[in-house]
Design a protein around this ligand. Structure first.
Ligand SMILES: Cc1cc2nc3c(=O)[nH]c(=O)nc-3n(C[C@H](O)[C@H](O)[C@H](O)COP(=O)(O)OP(=O)(O)OC[C@H]3O[C@@H](n4cnc5c(N)ncnc54)[C@H](O)[C@@H]3O)c2cc1C
Length: 407
């Protein structure tokens, strides 16, 4: 069965696809938005559960320098729709921005749902047709799109196709990462997915596993290579995650991929110099236990003390210099990342080499790609959503130009 052919088909109703829909509907095109799940933007809503960090105060080079590598067209897209533009765009939807610590930007309500509601209402008022439970399954020989729907498979023709299918993690929210094999059949090169902003396995002793799972490790400085994070992190049954671990995870992942392991350094007393710590630790311990001594001298207790014993060993208890060194520079050996599906985002996907500077697949005129399905990488801090929306906008503008060039 062949359905009525819309002018523009956008596949994937996450932030990248919604932004492309906004651009094309604003330009007067009839837009059909196809979404596999029963409702749109489930990952966007999930992101809002812990505070929707939609962008970051850093502008220009300070913003793009947080991407490990940034293709020129991504840099242009971020320059044209960066933090200030996103705050302005939110305001136009009736949602004010608020700036959190370290320059992270959130909607004032922190949640994603008020923003998403306003966004969907605007798209609907611009005539965007949302087709949920439409899972794109591939193309026919004529390059028509095939969708699996509750009523069975349908085939859809359109003048242009914009794909915004997301990355390869959190499958239950819709981005199941199954599309690269279909793209490969069409000769569209993709890089394998890699976990980003992820936790890492640590071989904990039973003691840590039974007593400290779920415990945040606060007021530390976590170092890897030349990067340091003052964020807290969380001990889990399998390892470490959140905050500082996510921030450093891109570099840690690269090291693990190359060397099979990586070692973090943790400063458990970042507000004390090593010299001050040595002199405190040298004070007569009397009959105090090591626990009390560490608590009084360095405010080390609970999970921080457990980490020191786990990786520093007890043999250092009588050597203040060595103990101070360990407190300031405790090595934590990490094994591989947590499974891909648990990562906040994934690198890999459609290589920029296969796209022209309008985000159109060079070998497939009229087909565009945007969002996390492109092969870029970024830390948490608002960079991910900004890049998704900026590339959705750029692909939408590219499609407008291409459609205009076809008449
Ligand atoms: C827990 C969590 C918290 C996060 N917090 C933040 C944050 O605070 N700040 C930040 O910047 N980023 C955050 N992120 C990352 C951010 O949410 C994603 O990078 C972003 O949603 C990706 O947008 P996208 O539109 O490219 O893809 P997605 O949001 O994944 O949307 C892709 C859409 O395509 C649909 N789809 C997939 N395959 C098909 C198909 N075959 N047919 C039809 N539809 C299909 C999916 O169902 C989905 O709706 C978070 C992620 C997670 C998991």
């Amino acid at each position: 069965m062949t359905e009525h052919s819309p002018n523009v088909a956008i596949i994937g109703a996450g932030p990248a696809g919604l932004m492309a829909a906004e651009i094309l509907s604003d330009a007067g095109y009839a837009v059909s938005l196809y979404e596999a799940m029963p409702s749109p933007a489930r990952k966007f809503l999930m992101a809002g559960k812990s505070g929707l960090n939609i962008t970051n105060m850093r502008e220009g080079e300070a913003f793009t320098s947080r991407f490990p590598s940034v293709a020129p067209m991504l840099k242009t897209a971020l320059g044209e729709f960066g933090p200030a533009a996103i705050a302005e765009w939110m305001r136009a939807l009736g949602v004010e921005a608020t700036i959190g610590p370290t320059g992270r930007v959130f909607p004032v309500q922190m949640k994603a749902s008020p923003l998403l509601r306003a966004w969907l209402a605007r798209l609907q008022s611009h005539g965007v047709q949302l087709h949920t439970r439409h899972r794109w399954a591939g193309w026919s020989d004529d390059f028509d799109m095939i969708f699996d729907t509750p009523e069975g498979p349908i085939s859809v023709q359109s003048d242009t196709q914009i794909f915004a299918l997301g990355g390869g993690s959190w499958k239950r929210l819709g981005s199941d990462g199954s599309w690269p094999s279909v793209f490969a059949e069409r000769g569209i090169h993709t890089e394998p997915f890699r976990p980003s902003n992820c936790g890492f396995i640590v071989d904990w002793s039973d003691r840590v596993r039974t007593e400290f799972v779920g415990t945040p490790v606060k007021n530390v400085a976590v170092r890897f290579g030349d990067q340091t994070s003052r964020e807290e992190f969380v001990v889990t049954d399998r390892g470490v995650e959140s905050g500082a671990i996510f921030t450093l995870s891109l570099a840690v992942r690269d090291r693990v991929e190359n060397n099979g392991k990586a070692t973090l350094e943790i400063d458990l007393a970042p507000d004390l110099s090593e010299e001050a710590l040595v002199s405190r630790l040298k004070q007569d311990r009397g009959k105090q236990s090591l626990s009390n001594h560490l608590r009084k001298a360095a405010n080390l207790k609970g999970v921080k003390r457990a980490l020191l014993l786990e990786f520093g060993g007890l043999d250092v208890s009588n050597e203040p210099e060595r103990l101070a060194r360990l407190i300031k520079c405790l090595p934590i050996p990490l094994a591989k990342p947590f499974p891909l599906d648990e990562a906040i985002s994934t690198a890999g996907g459609v290589s920029f080499d296969v796209l022209d500077d309008q985000f159109m697949v060079k070998e497939q005129p009229g087909m565009f790609c945007a969002g996390e399905m492109l092969d870029w990488d970024a830390p948490t801090g608002g960079y991910l959503l900004t890049a998704c929306m900026a590339t959705g906008r750029a692909a939408g503008l590219g499609a407008v130009r291409w459609l205009r060039s076809q008449v």
